[in-house]
Write a protein that binds this ligand. Sequence first.
Ligand code: PRT
Ligand code: MG
Length: 212
Amino acid sequence: MITLALSKGRIFEETTPLLEAAGITCLENPEKSRKLILPTNRDNVRIIIVRASDVPTYVQYGAADIGIAGRDVLVEHGGTGLYQMIDLNIAKCRMMVAVREGFDYDNAVRSGARLRIATKYISTAKAHFAAKGVHVDLIKLYGSMELAPLVGLSDAIVDLVSSGNTLRANNLVAVEEIMSISSRLIVNQAALKLKRELIQPLIETFSEAANA
Ligand code: PRT
Ligand code: MG
């Protein structure tokens, strides 16, 4: 049996065609079902539904053999116990620094003043600003980062941007790109050895489908 960890929403939706290419169909819709363990058409493959940021943790401890997670989540997790097998080229976006329209970010950085940054990506943001030599106070949020600069919680945010609509709707502008993001197939290190004959063909079909 292999267990695949996925988050519902965009990752589940964009993974479905890759699973289909590997002959795997999930038998329940995670948006409708309250079940957290979903059967597939193959009795040796099951899907577990977890929070996007929890996917690496389930795979690290071997509670899931494989999983799909964004590069944002993987960098923040650190990658211990995981093999990052392939870039699936799905759920793409960019991790950006954004500020209120009219806020002079370049000047704030140049002046050497401490910047207040709100984000859910504390360790990624910390590494980014440390590499630039910018002093920051980091404020941990769990969502709706875009609100923080509007109500004076922070000078800037570090968040994901895809269409840019959320920034525009809130009079924010992106001022710096930290990294480009897509989702990766991750594999538990022990599972890759012990269940190689089940996992290896999946990796191959996924990588063909991702590059098609
Ligand atoms: O939603 P929940 O709190 O349960 O968890 P989550 O937000 O971590 O999960 P989910 O499903 O929203 O995101 C899963 C993964 O999708 C992320 O880890 C990214 O790798 C990837 N991804 C791709 C995105 C986006 N694009 C994206 N646009 N994740 C989030 N967003 C958000 C962003 O945070 C911002 O609030 O969408 C908003 C911006 O979108 P635009 O189109 O308005 O720019
Ligand atoms: Mg979300």
